[in-house]
Design a protein around this ligand. Structure first.
Ligand SMILES: [Zn+2]
Length: 79
């Protein structure tokens, strides 16, 4: 469970499970490797490489890796 403050000022939290803040993101190749078996058991799906959060207000995307406390990438809408 974690929380952070978006640059727009909104408090973000993953307290609720499920929630609308965390995005589960895999590349197509990663997903292909995961699906390359007879059957997929949900508990066997590996954690994504990045922990991705989206602010519901301003739609900024924060990308974290497992080693750093601060986001390694931040994206925001141009318009
Ligand atoms: Zn925001």
């Amino acid at each position: 469970m974690a929380r952070m403050k978006c640059l727009c000022g909104m408090e973000l939290s993953n307290h609720d499970a499920p929630n609308d803040v965390e995005l589960v993101v895999y590349t197509d190749k990663e997903w292909e490797r995961i699906c390359d078996c007879e059957s997929i058991e949900p508990w066997n799906i590996p954690l994504p490489r990045y922990n991705v959060w989206q602010c519901p207000r301003c739609k900024r995307i924060y990308v974290y890796n497992r080693e750093n406390e601060n986001p390694v990438m931040i994206y925001r809408l141009e318009d």
